[in-house]
Design a protein around this ligand. Structure first.
Ligand SMILES: [Zn+2]
Ligand SMILES: [Zn+2]
Length: 130
């Protein structure tokens, strides 16, 4: 789960991460925004967050303005609407890698654990504290 290279492409609004195991992932703005793990977006203490209401995101809300590195464990994107409270940990980013191979992996694991905490297990990737 360790990145060896992180490229933020402001023009394209994407973030590309090269992983230590040779895998490489490009996240576009909407993808990253939907992964925002902050308390507002994801909820906390069992309460649903804003993203759980399946909102229609505006172009501002999915426009990547800036990306900061947080320690050695996360990135913190700033969005066109000013939102910047989400720490996307590398663990979370790799977990939700949108490529075909990883998507298939996720489906397989979801199928394996049917009834055994699906959803519950995925939700505590909180990126830390601000
Ligand atoms: Zn958020
Ligand atoms: Zn992948």
């Amino acid at each position: 789960m360790t990145p060896v290279r992180i490229d933020a492409n402001r023009a394209a609004g994407t973030v590309t991460i090269a992983w230590a195991d040779g895998h490489e992932t490009t996240y576009d703005g909407p993808r990253l925004r939907w992964l925002c793990p902050c308390a507002y977006c994801r909820g906390e203490a069992g309460m649903p967050g804003w993203l759980d209401t399946n909102p229609t995101l505006t172009s501002d809300q999915t426009r990547l303005v800036d990306v900061a590195l947080v320690g050695t464990y996360a990135i913190q994107p700033t969005w066109g609407d000013g939102h910047s409270t989400g720490f996307h940990t590398f663990h979370l980013l790799r977990e939700w890698c949108p490529c075909d191979a990883c998507s298939r992996d996720r489906e397989r694991r979801a199928a394996d654990t049917t009834g055994a905490g699906v959803g519950g297990g995925e939700r505590h990737w909180h990126g830390g504290h601000r």
